[in-house]
Design a protein around this ligand. Structure first.
Ligand code: ZN
Length: 316
């Protein structure tokens, strides 16, 4: 059976046989949704109380060491089934979804969240094998709730507004692309209300090459040897492989919290993709376009950093 068929069968079984999954996906179907228009893009707010465990998760080293890792087999519920891929990953249904269908793709080994060197190609291969899904990756300091256990996630297509918005050809005039060949290009835009790099290529190898160079350029621009702060989206459409990279400068906003005037939001790939899952009803009811824009501005890379990243990209 093809991988995407195995996944469909897995989802089907888990929805029938695992009450927690059945209940949480049914609850999500009834979740309140509200659309907010920013200047050039849409944001969908979702009231999702189950996400509290993720938004409020403590991800400092001491807290991580003290908790049982929920991506390791020995701590997972007995009902959790997996489909293995590539001898290195297990694909499973995320029991606390944001997407109508939501997967976690975790390393079989308990090993830190890190994209380089070989996982770029794993992500691109998986996107090709799973054409109905958008894969995403949260950097270890940018929303991954298990930064000590490598994982991608995937959500069904047609849910994140950005995946359609970014395909608008008007965003990518030939003379504004960073680099292009007959097979694809890499570009950067700030015209969707938050800065992002976009790679669109017919050949997976070229997409991987651009992405690896971008990783290096971001690392050099940050001046640290660590993986750059980032969130990624990756999906295949027809012959084209697409990758969006959001360079970040901050993990959580200054207003993070549950007190008066605070917001319980810990934005990651899905939020930057245009769907903000609000654990608290108060946040869901009151968030405005200007607050959302201010959050994008606070969390994403500033202009000077973007210029440095592009300079370094040309030198790699
Ligand atoms: Zn683990």
């Amino acid at each position: 059976m093809k991988l995407n068929e195995q996944i469909d069968a897995l989802i089907d079984r888990q929805l029938r046989q695992w009450p927690l999954v059945r209940d949480n996906y049914a609850t999500l179907e009834r979740a309140a949704l509200r659309s907010v228009s920013l200047a050039h893009s849409e944001v969908i707010l979702q009231h999702n109380p189950e996400r509290r465990r993720s938004s409020a998760a403590r991800v400092d080293a001491a807290s991580l060491a003290a908790r049982p890792c929920f991506l390791c087999r020995e701590h997972q519920p007995i009902e959790q089934e997996t489909v293995e891929w590539g001898g290195a990953y297990k694909i499973q249904v995320n029991p606390y979804p944001i997407f109508p269908l939501h997967l976690t793709i975790a390393s079989l080994e308990h090993t830190p969240q890190r994209l380089l060197p070989r996982r770029i190609d794993h992500m691109l291969q998986l996107a090709e094998l799973l054409p109905d899904w958008v894969l995403f990756y949260n950097g270890p300091h940018c929303g991954a709730s298990a930064p000590d256990h490598m994982h991608f996630q995937a959500g069904c297509k047609g849910f994140l507004p950005l995946c359609d918005e970014v395909l608008d050809p008007a965003l990518w005039p030939d003379d504004e692309r960073i680099e292009a060949t007959g097979d694809g290009f890499i570009g950067m835009t700030q015209r969707l209300d938050r800065p992002l790099f976009f790679i669109r290529c017919e050949r997976r190898e070229l997409a991987g090459f651009y992405l690896a160079r971008l990783q290096l350029a971001m690392m050099q621009a940050s001046g640290s040897g660590d993986e750059p702060m980032q969130n990624l989206l990756c999906w295949q459409d027809g012959d084209y492989c697409n990758v969006v990279v959001f360079p970040r400068r901050k993990h959580r906003p200054d207003c993070y919290g549950e007190g008066e005037g605070q917001l319980l939001l810990s934005p990651a790939s899905v939020d930057l993709g245009g769907v903000w899952a609000c654990a608290l009803r108060r946040d869901y009811d009151t968030l405005t376009a200007s607050q959302l824009q201010a959050l994008y501005d606070e969390l994403c890379a500033d202009n000077a950093t973007l210029v440095r990243i592009i300079d370094h990209f040309y030198q790699t």
